[in-house]
Write a protein that binds this ligand. Sequence first.
Ligand code: TXA
Ligand code: MG
Length: 349
Amino acid sequence: MQTIVEDVREGNGAAIAQAAEILRAGEIVAFPTETVYGLGASGLDGDACAKIYEAKGRPSDNPLILHVADWHMLKEVAREVPPMAEKLMIAFMPGPLTLILPRSAAVPDRVTGGQDTVGVRMPENPVARSLIRVAGIPIAAPSANLSGRPSPTTAAAVLRDMEGRIPMILNGGPCRYGVESTIVDCTGDVATILRPGAITLEDIRDLLGDCRLDPGLREGKAAPKAPGMKYRHYAPKAPMTVFVGEEGAVEEAIAAEAKKIETAGRSVGLLGSRELLLKLSDVVPSACSQSYGPRGDLETNASRLYSCLLAFDGLPVDAILAEGVEEEGLGLAILNRLKKASGGHVVHV
Ligand code: TXA
Ligand code: MG
């Protein structure tokens, strides 16, 4: 199959109409959102959704989320909207938020993995919004990467994973946030974050007074409630270790580990702040390192994270040593992705 890339950065009604037609015909299209690129199919068509699993190589027990254009469409796929969900919708939708709600009968089992709940998201990216509107149906869309790989934040990254597997990619430029939406389970007594994202724990606590983190997000704890969070994920090809703790101690620990690896004749790549890369430039050559931006600038760090992880696949590194960030605000989401990308290889210093 040939994969066409259409530029929609300046708006391109004809390309969006063609993509909507492809979706309505039961085929899949990759499109930009404000978080990461999605791999879309008609969310009401189980056979179309099956093609997403095939293109991604996704385990069949991992449910899809539905993207809607407005509240009317959201109410068609949810049987009920609990009061906490309505508050979250008013405060943060459209935006980088997915709500887990009781599913309606309109949603196929292929989307929910047979569960009684459905994930619903209303993206704010204008291309995503007009695509859903023109198609006139909810769009099921996971991130547009091969299963296990970092989520794509540019059309080029989508093409790398999906060339020949899907008919069309809409290129809307780089994604604003760079990490996937915050997933909030609204089916219990207290709102529970199943996957941290740009809408933070603090944001939700300010709004609702209470919000929990799924215990499955903590290292070595219970299985996560979002099935997708249990897999090694977002991973570059070289093995990665994440260092967390006070910044001076982290710098020393990374420097010591880098020397050890290089003494053994293997090459090291660093992933971290500009400050770290500068400090360790005598230990690790900068050509093998990736900076996620200034230390503490979490928005920049999040938006660059996945392109840094992907860049390592083109570099001659045998091991990646990564600097963690503070576990506050957006930092919770960044650290969660770093830990997953490392397969849980976390060193606390
Ligand atoms: O930002 C995003 O959410 C992106 C863009 C494309 O919208 N999409 C995305 O989809 O990240 P995906 O499939 O890569 O991640 C969705 C996560 C998975 O971990 C899945 O297990 C979980 O949501 N999920 C979906 N439906 C669920 C449900 N009913 N209950 C619990 N978790 C669910
Ligand atoms: Mg994904």
